[in-house]
Design a protein around this ligand. Structure first.
Ligand code: SF4
Length: 456
């Protein structure tokens, strides 16, 4: 086992790079009319990827970083479905909805907090607007195993959903109590049985390391139980503790959080354990079986990263629908909907898209986005390919970043020469740190410790 204590110096605030520039750089400098122009000028031959945010949950899991509306009121869900339908109607004035859809994702919140009939109504509304779904489209839903029954899974299956992702986080009872999410193994197992009954092609499970009372020993047990469910994919996330941004995280006693060296040993063990059991690490925190398309994409260097994690479906325009959703157009802009329900509804009531803010990428952003996403997805950068694509000399353009990576090279975390940058297996654990020197906005956030979660 490596001596992880020497890497704890890398435990510093840093982005997770689901986008570049990160959401911190989104602003209202990108205005509503400019956004409409971007939508209207999209290339109609490009496929669409659709993200729907279904934000409701009954109770707060204390670790949760999602944008959630806590409620037990049925009328709020009914009302939200109505607004989703109206948002799609407005959207169809600006986007050619006959374009091919290659990806659809329901995220939350808890999408399955909606009843089977409500899910059916949402899916029918989507399909009435977007009729051209590709036969191979990736259609996925995040599922809380505590809120899924046979009727809901059947509706998803009949609606064309072929992938589901189950939130587990940790099976240890003490950890579950500390994070306010009690979810016995049998509940998750029952959800898995339903997914298999309805022929879901891919089932992912989410785990989180860095939660209260976790240790390498407790996490070993969680991994063993999760593996016994035989998922197709694992996502093992580093807990992002940002209590200054998320009130519910303040309920977590920070003295019970594992130390950085413990977290690194958990992640190293996770990589070794899942690799020994037939999975392969894909990007920063995902693992898949060799027959999985994510695995094949990494082999070809074609893995992409977006707000839903890693995907093989690059080259589509992503449209975010619903509260707080983020869209991304042809590597040129990011657009985010309102986060507050009242503002979201008011925009739609006024006949407008609920767009709040975003960012238009300049040339430098595009260059850096490419480098950061290559590193975050494929753990390497082919400099020859980069130079051919952008027509610039890498070592001149990124002289500062190369200098900043020297200490990583000295500690055998990366290998660099004039043609490539490659992370070593240990370097993959610190991929956020290795990507940060290429981030032009990082410097202005360095002094403020309360911007990003810690990288380790
Ligand atoms: S983790 Fe999932 S179920 Fe828990 S509060 Fe967040 S969105 Fe809701």
């Amino acid at each position: 086992m490596l001596d992880f204590s020497k890497f704890t110096k890398y435990s510093k605030p840093g982005p997770r790079y689901t986008s570049y520039p990160t959401a911190l750089e989104f602003s209202d400098a990108f205005g509503y009319d400019a956004y409409l122009d971007k939508l209207k000028s999209q290339d109609p031959t490009r496929p669409l990827s659709l993200y729907f945010h279904l934000p409701f949950c009954r109770n707060a899991c204390y670790f949760c970083g999602c944008n959630v509306v806590f409620t037990s009121k049925e009328e709020k869900k009914v009302r939200y479905i109505d607004y989703l339908k109206r948002e799609m109607e407005i959207l169809s004035r600006y986007v050619d909805t006959s374009r091919r859809v290659i990806q659809l994702h329901f995220g939350g919140g808890t999408p399955t907090f909606f009843s089977a009939a409500q899910l059916q109504e949402i899916i029918a509304a989507i399909r009435s607007h977007f009729k051209n779904f590709a036969p191979e489209a990736e259609i996925s839903c995040e599922i809380d195993p505590r809120h899924i029954d046979d009727a809901q899974m059947k509706v998803l299956h009949e609606g064309g959903f072929n992938r589901v992702s189950f939130g587990i986080q940790d099976f240890d009872e003490r950890v579950q109590t500390a994070v306010h999410r009690i979810q016995p193994y049998d509940v998750t197992k029952a959800a898995m049985v339903l997914a298999r009954k309805y022929g879901m092609q891919s089932v992912n499970v989410d785990l989180i390391y860095g939660l209260p009372f976790q240790s390498l020993e407790t996490f070993k047990k969680t991994l063993e139980l999760a593996l016994s469910l035989d998922p197709d994919r694992f996502a093992v996330f580093n807990y992002a503790h940002v209590p200054w941004m998320k009130k519910t995280m303040r309920k977590i006693d920070e003295t019970t959080l594992p130390r950085p060296e413990e977290k690194l040993s958990i992640m190293q063990y996770t990589i070794d354990y899942l690799t020994a059991n037939g999975y392969r690490m894909i990007g920063m925190d995902h693992f898949a079986k060799p027959e999985d398309e994510l695995f094949k994409a990494i082999e070809k260097g074609e893995l992409h990263r977006n707000f839903q994690g890693y995907t093989t479906k690059g080259g589509a325009d992503l449209i975010g629908i619903g509260l707080t959703s983020i869209g991304e157009g042809a590597a040129d802009y990011y657009a985010q909907n309102f986060k507050e329900m009242a503002s979201y509804e008011a925009a739609i009531d006024a006949g407008k898209l609920p767009f709040e803010r975003g960012a238009v990428l300049n040339e430098d952003d595009k260059i850096r986005q490419y480098v950061i996403m290559e590193l975050m997805s494929n753990f390497k950068l082919d400099i020859t390919r980069f130079e051919a694509k952008f027509g610039i000399v890498f070592k001149e353009y990124f002289a500062d970043a190369i200098a900043a990576l020297k200490p990583f090279a000295e500690e055998a975390l990366v290998e660099m020469d004039d043609t490539k940058i490659v992370c070593t297996p240990t370097g993959t654990l610190l991929i956020r740190n290795i990507s940060m020197p290429f981030d032009a906005y990082m410097q202005k956030h360095v002094a403020n410790k309360k911007t990003f979660s810690k990288t380790v």
